[in-house]
Design a protein around this ligand. Structure first.
Ligand SMILES: [Zn+2]
Length: 222
């Protein structure tokens, strides 16, 4: 597999902070619980980590998880390389998270930027090419359907971006049900509705059960 990146983001934290954040692989189940169920370290050296990972990924109609072993190699503070050494994607999934320094977009300056990859995203692309030419007989066990798989991929992409918004992009706290209303400080937020587009959560609304103020979580721009 080529080291194409699944998505890139401009960040408001320093390159060093971004590197620390992404290289803490053992934190992934806590940070991205929907797809990383467990990570157990098998071996650790000064610059590498080998781990058994239980991932919740819909690989096909029969398979809703993947048991893999992956080796991560660290190059502070620019690169986290990884490769799947056992399980689905073995010998095929080789990819990296690349972190760069200061960047600008228009007139806005960012402290760092990341080209982001995740093994669950790679798995949905395995075996390539999965998304647009999935009719090949040898890929049949991996196919849900092209449309479903694309939807699954988009949903996962959005999730990974959203989980990093608060710590890395300082997009403000995401509201949650039962949060104390920060207008009246008396009521609590209740789910009010959401707008969806192509199965991707774009905006979620909440309303205070005391003063009626409305709040919504920031959207993710794909
Ligand atoms: Zn209120």
């Amino acid at each position: 597999m080529s080291s194409d990146c699944h998505f890139s983001r401009l960040l408001t934290v320093t390159q060093s902070e971004a590197y620390q954040y992404f290289s803490d692989i053992e934190k992934y189940p806590e940070r991205y619980p929907q797809y990383y169920q467990t990570i157990d370290v098998v071996e650790r050296t000064d610059n590498s980590l080998t781990a058994k990972m239980f991932l919740n990924v819909n690989l096909s109609i029969e398979e809703d998880h993947a048991n893999i072993i992956a080796k991560f190699t660290f190059k502070p503070e620019t690169e986290i390389r990884y490769e799947v050494t056992s399980g689905p994607g073995q010998g095929i999934i080789k990819n990296a998270i690349i972190i760069r320094g200061q960047d600008t977009l228009g007139d806005k300056a960012y402290k760092s930027a990341v080209e982001m990859n995740h093994i669950p995203l790679d798995l949905l692309c395995y075996p390539p090419p999965y998304m647009y030419e999935p009719e090949d007989e040898k890929y049949k066990d991996y196919i849900i359907s092209p449309g479903e798989r694309l939807g699954e991929y988009q949903k996962m992409l959005t999730y990974f971006m959203e989980q990093d918004l608060v710590p890395l992009e300082k997009k403000g706290k995401r509201f949650e049900i039962d949060d104390l209303c920060n207008k009246c400080k008396k009521g609590h937020l209740q789910f009010y509705g959401k707008k969806e587009e192509y199965d991707i959560r774009k905006e979620v609304y909440f309303r205070c059960d005391y003063c009626g103020s409305e709040f919504s979580n920031k959207r993710v721009d794909l």
